[in-house]
Every structure is written in C-alpha cells, then in structure tokens.
Design a binder for this molecule. Sequence first.
Ligand code: NAD
Length: 549
Amino acid sequence: MTLPTPTGAALLHDPRLNKGTAFTAAERDALGLRGLLPPRILTLEEQEERILSNFYGKPSALEQYIYLIGLQDRNETLFYRVVVDHLENLLPIIYTPTVGEACRTFGHIFRRARGLYLTVEDRGRVADILGNWPEPGVRIIVVTDGERILGLGDVGAYGMGIPIGKLSLYTACAGIHPAWCLPITLDMGTDNAEIRNDPLYTGMPRPRIRGEAYLALLDEFVAAVNAVFPGVLLQFEDFATGNALGLLARYRDRFCTFNDDVQGTAAVALAGLYSASRITGVSVAGQHLLFFGAGSAATGIADLVVGAMVAEGVPPAEARSRCWFFDSRGLVVQSRTDLAAHKVPYAHDHRPVTSLVEAIRAVRPTALLGLSTQGGTFTDEVLRTMADLHERPVIFALSNPTSKSECTAEQAYRATGGRAVFASGSPFGPVEFEGRRFVPGQGNNAYIFPGLGLGILASGARRVTDSMFHAAARTLAATVPESALHDGLIYPPLQSIRAVSAIIALAVAEVAWRDGLATVARPADPEAAIRSLVWEPRYPDLLAEGNGR
Ligand code: NAD
C-alpha cells in the first residue's frame, strides 16, 4: 500500500523518506521544502563522507552507536547506505559487541522509541496495540523479553537494543525493506535489581512475571501478530534458556517462527563445522564435539549437528553419542540427577568429571565449542590439551560479548602453535603468529538469519524447519572461498554478505517449495524473484509515480 508523501517539515521528520541535504531542487519546490534546508544540494555519496568523518571522530564505540541510531532515526536510506558500504567496521557497533553495552545503559542513551513495547497490563488488547504500528506491511518481527541479552543476562526492557539491531541486519545483510521490519520488546519485568532501581530505567520496575501470566501474554501475542500481520515471520531473540526452548516447541509447528539463539546459532556453527572439515579433512559425521556450556545455544547446535550426521548416514543414537556437554557442574553424564530436560539426550554413560581439561582428555573431542558465557575459560592448558590430541583442533569460542569469549583468537593460535581452526562469537582482528597471518572467523548469526528470512518471504513459507537451517548451513559453508580457508577464515568475508544472503535465501526457498510449505508458487526464475525483493539504500525520486510511502 502506498501512503501519500508527506510534505514540508513532516517530510524532513519522516526517516523513511527524508533525504536531508540531498533533496533535489525540483523536490524542494514541489514538496514545500524550499528554505527549510541549506541551499547546497549534496549527493548520497557526499553525505556518506560526512557521516563517516563524524562517526570516526567519536571518542568511543558507544558514542558511535548513539550517533548511528540518531542517523537511523533521521534518515534510514543514508544510515543503510553507510552500514552496507562499511559493514565490517559498523557491524560491531550496530550489533555485538557494542549493542550489548548499549543495552546495559539503554535508558540513559534513550532518544526516540524505535519499536513496540508490550507489558502484561496489555493483555486483552495486544492486537489493538499492534495496530498502532504505523507501517501496515510488516513481514518480519524480532521479539525479546530481555531476560538473556547476549551473555549479559537479564536487562529487562533495556533489551530493546537487540530486536532493533537484528532487524537492522536483516536490511543491511539481505536487503529486507526497513518498512517490513518490526522490533518488539515484551516487558515482563526484570529480576536485575540494579537495572530495576535505575531511576532512568525505561521498563516497568518490578520483578519478572512468570508462569501462567507470562504464557497467557505470549499466546495472545503470537496469535495477535499473525492476525494483524498475516504470514509474518516471528523471530524469538535472547529469551532465557527454558523459555527459549519451551516457546519454540510451543509455536514452531503452528506458526512461521524460529528462535535465533537456538536455531540460527546452530546453523552458523554447523556451517563453521562444514567449512572446518574442508581444512581438517574430518567430515561433520566424523566429528566428536565437546560443548562447554549447555544452554539453549549449545543444545540447539547439537540438535542440528545430530540431524546433519543422521543425514550423512549415522544412526541417531550414535550421532548423539558424539556430542558431549560440560556445564557449570561438570561433564553431563547419566549419573547426574540435576539435569534439565534439554541436556538429558546428551547425558552419556561416564564417570563424573569436573575439570574441563580432564573432560577433554576423556572425550578426545575433535572440536571444542564454548557457549558458557564465561570469559577466559579456554586457558592455555585447555587449548594445549586440544592441540595435543589433534593436528588441527577446532576451537569455537562463541560466547558474547567479547569480554565473555572463552578465549581470544590470539590465545587460540599461540597456544596451539597456529594449528587451531578458530572462530568466535564476537569479532577479533587478524593475528600475526610466527610469520603467518591468521584471519579469525566470526560465527555471526548474521550470516544465516537475514538470508533465511529473505528465503521465507520469497516462498511465503508457512513454517521454519530444520531442513531449512541445514540447507542454509551447507550453503553458507560452500560460499567460503579457498583463499579465505587458507588464512583460517571459515566464514565468507563480510563484504560479500549480501550476495551470500541471496544464495542462502534461494536454498531456503527451495526447501519450502520442495516440502510443500510455500504459499508463493515457485517462479520460473527464483533467483530473479529473490533479487526483486532486495531493497537497495538509494534515494527514490519522490516526484515519480509510486515512490511515496
Ligand atoms: P544460556 O544461559 O542458555 O547457557 C549458558 C550455559 O553455560 C548454561 O548451560 C550454564 O550451565 C553454562 N555455564 C555457566 N557457567 C559455566 C561454567 N563455569 N562452566 C561451564 N558451563 C557454564 O545461554 P545461551 O543462550 O546458550 O548462550 C550462551 C552464550 O553463547 C552467550 O554468551 C551468547 O552470547 C553466545 N551465543 C553466541 C552466538 C554466536 O556467536 N553466533 C549465538 C548465540 C549465543
């Protein structure tokens, strides 16, 4: 639906249409802007230069974040132009690690609400409130309840930075139109007393609502988004483990929904294992994995890896026996009586072990994956033990933000004599070691979910299935060039992410078409159909027919 183009000051205050100093002379005359802007007309490229010089002049990453969000609030096209053209430098600002810092202090840096807030008081009128959202064509929603933001834990309504950031990545990395994206925070309270007592806290300052009241709001919410925005893709983000897994199981077979911490992480890690196998020569089916941390992310990876092993012909029980877990109480073994349900399928028959080094010696994993939220826990001894066992040990330190990473890239390469195949959750720069230059990969979910979302939209898929995540993981791994692998980089360079997302979108859409999940018929040229959905941050001619809102 095209809404009428606003004019005058209202147009300058509409971030979707505002061009600032780039409005043409004809637009200034026709749209009542004459005199409201400085007379010199700049191009998008000239504006971009100005933005970058201001951006790099900021004294800290948080200040850069605040500056960029301000730009997003004023002029979305320019914001995305800058982000798309400088993704490698800007991704760590608009997403992890800086977004974590922003979430810790969200009320203090608050400028303008972006996204929608719902509280338990809104029960019975959730659909009405969704109807207040100004964009009628929402196609992707990212929702959080703020209870497990990155590795930071419960920050309550301050968690809104996460849905905003994730949706920015949908646009930046896959070209999903910003008007199709809606960030939502379910303010269920917070059990973080420090944040609750913060006088500038933006949420309801009360302990978390749990149990039936929580579920009732969730049920109403999920039904309402599907009623107000039919066919919408609903992404759950940064819920605590129990809710993440429970809500996924509750809704995944009824709605078009997924949990990025569980399934997106799993796909990006599985892709990393596929690429690593191109270096180590050990296929995914031949891996033995030790997960350090047994939360939603770690068990989500294991579940998807088991599916991939089964697809390669390994019997399910055998596949599960190749995945081991080590949590805050030690190795996950059958004799333990304290195990949450999601760990039970991976509790193997073994004596209890409480030291990670000892567990590595016992399990002899080909790959060690950190998802523990415990920074610095992959000590030199841990890393050396892995290197003693295998010529090319696979080490993924996936906890975010950077301070929670189980080890740094440099530690991994040094302690293993440059033999580790390393990836992390938060970015690390290249490492020089013994005359070689290593480029560590970032197992960033942004490699998967934007392309997945684009594929879902292209096919009109009604569900998000494991087969789609398998296809996305295999496709992502196949896009890594040999030259990148040579430097130790097991993910494609970030500069190519838009092209990679389009390839993933095609693979995901093909699964929807193959498995009878699509509501859009497979077009004669699916690649062209996907390309036609991709939004490029360029200023439209507002005087041309159909270019208004
Ligand atoms: P979670 O809270 O569900 O799980 C954390 C797990 O770590 C729990 O099982 C806990 O028992 C375990 N743990 C805590 N202390 C430990 C200790 N001392 N030793 C061993 N285990 C310990 O969190 P989650 O959603 O599973 O996420 C875990 C981490 O993974 C976070 O830091 C998150 O940022 C990161 N993550 C990274 C990516 C990515 O890089 N693509 C994606 C998702 C999550």
